[in-house]
Design a protein around this ligand. Sequence first.
Ligand SMILES: Nc1ncnc2c1ncn2[C@@H]1O[C@H](COP(=O)(O)OP(=O)(O)OP(=O)(O)O)[C@@H](O)[C@H]1O
Length: 242
Amino acid sequence: MQSVIQVKNVSKKYRSHQVLQNIDLTVNKNEIYGLLGPSGAGKTTLVKMIAGIEIPTTGSISVLDSVMPKLNTMTQIGFMAQSDALYGELSGKENLEFFSSIYGLKGQKQKERIDQASDLVNLTNFLQKPVNQYSGGMKRRLSLAAALLHDPKILILDEPTVGIDPVLRQSIWDELYKLSKSGTTILVTTHVMDEAEKCSQLGMLRDGKIIASGSPRELKDNTSSTSIEEAFLYYGGAHHAN
Ligand SMILES: Nc1ncnc2c1ncn2[C@@H]1O[C@H](COP(=O)(O)OP(=O)(O)OP(=O)(O)O)[C@@H](O)[C@H]1O
């Protein structure tokens, strides 16, 4: 199996605050890898380092065989941050035009990619509306479309479905499966257990450490759990007992 993301012994400190400790993690091509953990566990910090936005204090991260941060590799990553970085005064379409021009898309290709990405997130009929009139869920969907514009090899999504209703959440997951089947590798953070269940591989993060990793099935079988939540509590407890 071809690995596209390798995190080796990574730690991150902000001043004296140790946020992540000795993280090892591998994501293989076409996987949907979920980083599951409660608020403050360090998920955002970890995905930002993988995307090349933050730098580890110690350890190394390589993406598509390049040590991060590397500009060329960063252009092959679509990153959807937790808070939407959108221009409120501009319409949805103008936002997508702006982001696609940053990726160097122009003319017919730009139009095609904007059409595809907005269709994927069901925003086609709202593209003319200013973004400051969008609901929270619509802003999330527009951010997802923006992350997809340049057809990235790796998609990194930080809590992508927060504020999105269950029907649309399912349709976004359906699209993530399609993207993964067509060759996109997806790394997604979540604190929602049933969402973690949808991933092909999971890393459970707690207090800045990976407490367990494997497929949802493996994690449940290995702990004789009937749910991911139960497995998470098991590993969390075992971790604290050590
Ligand atoms: N720039 C920063 N400077 C100092 N501390 C930071 C910084 N960024 C994050 N932290 C701290 O690192 C810890 C982990 O934060 P992080 O956002 O990575 O967690 P998270 O698991 O993504 O949580 P959430 O789901 O709430 O965003 C928190 O205690 C946070 O306060």
